[in-house]
Design a protein around this ligand. Structure first.
Ligand code: IPE
Ligand code: IPE
Ligand code: MG
Length: 247
């Protein structure tokens, strides 16, 4: 891209993948079937984002509040993530996709954490799409952990309170080094954030789509990008700022 040229493609798209349970219920199937189908939609989303020239794709896969679901459903969701990494890591690596995981790792079982670390380690040199998996992620938890780190640094004398800036807070979040999302998509018709990227979403555009997540296709993704492309972003100013400038 010519320097200074404006691209209507968002640099960072984040998706709240919602509606697996309702998709299954409408078909008289167990909720798990919706989650299983949802994994296929994940593959379609990764491909569509890469094809569109999106640089960062964040997928909300399991929230810190999802532990309150029935034990069996939680264990099915854990199993699906394990299987996804085992089956798809090689292919993602071949496609030059870099994987990052955000969320609290400390309470993850020993059968999942090493897989996530392996996925990050294997793909750390890749330079096409960065796929950020939000797993056991909650924004309030993320911000709290960042505050605890800063408080530790102040307590130990390495930092003074006035040295705490918005940039420093940003650097302590799980998303350190990742640009803020330009576009946040939520499927299933719900219109809420559910504790997703609260700090990073300050100037994100929101697109709420009626489709349940298992029905998500490259066309659904294209539709969201079309809606995004005609939004006027102002960032607090009075004139439109281009939707996104490709990095
Ligand atoms: C999204 O689908 C998947 C996760 C939250 C893990 P849901 O399971 O929330 O589906 P609905 O909202 O009950 O339809
Ligand atoms: C948000 O969806 C979490 C994920 C997509 C992983 P939920 O289905 O958990 O959100 P609520 O409970 O409807 O707000
Ligand atoms: Mg839901």
């Amino acid at each position: 891209m010519v320097s200074g040229e404006v691209s209507p493609v968002p640099q960072h798209v984040a998706i709240i993948m919602d509606g697996n349970g309702r998709w299954a219920k409408e078909r008289g199937l167990p909720r798990t079937m919706g989650h299983t189908k949802g994994v296929e939609a994940v593959r379609r989303a990764v491909r569509a984002a890469g094809d569109a020239g999106v640089r960062y794709l964040t997928l909300f896969a399991f929230s810190s509040e999802n532990w309150s679901r029935p034990e069996e459903e939680v264990s099915d969701l854990m199993g699906l993530l394990r299987r996804f990494i085992r089956r798809d890591l090689a292919e993602l690596h071949k496609s030059n996709v870099r994987i990052r995981v955000i969320g609290d790792r400390t309470s993850l079982k020993s059968d999942i954490l090493p897989l996530l670390l392996e996925a990050e380690e294997t793909t750390k040199g890749n330079s096409a799409l960065t796929l950020i998996i939000a797993f056991n992620y909650g924004a309030r938890d993320e911000i709290t952990r960042a505050m605890q780190q800063l408080a530790q640094e102040v307590a130990s004398g390495r930092l003074t309170p006035d040295q705490i800036t918005a940039d420093l807070v940003t650097a302590k979040l799980d998303t350190a080094g990742i640009p803020d999302p330009d576009l946040i998509i939520r499927t299933s018709g719900e219109e809420r954030l559910s504790n997703f990227l609260l700090w990073q979403a300050a100037y994100a555009e929101f697109v709420f789509l009626p489709d349940y997540w298992p029905d998500f296709t490259s066309e659904t993704f294209a539709e969201a990008l079309r809606i995004f492309a005609v939004r006027e972003r102002r960032f607090g100013g009075i004139t439109a700022v281009p939707t996104a400038v490709a990095g």
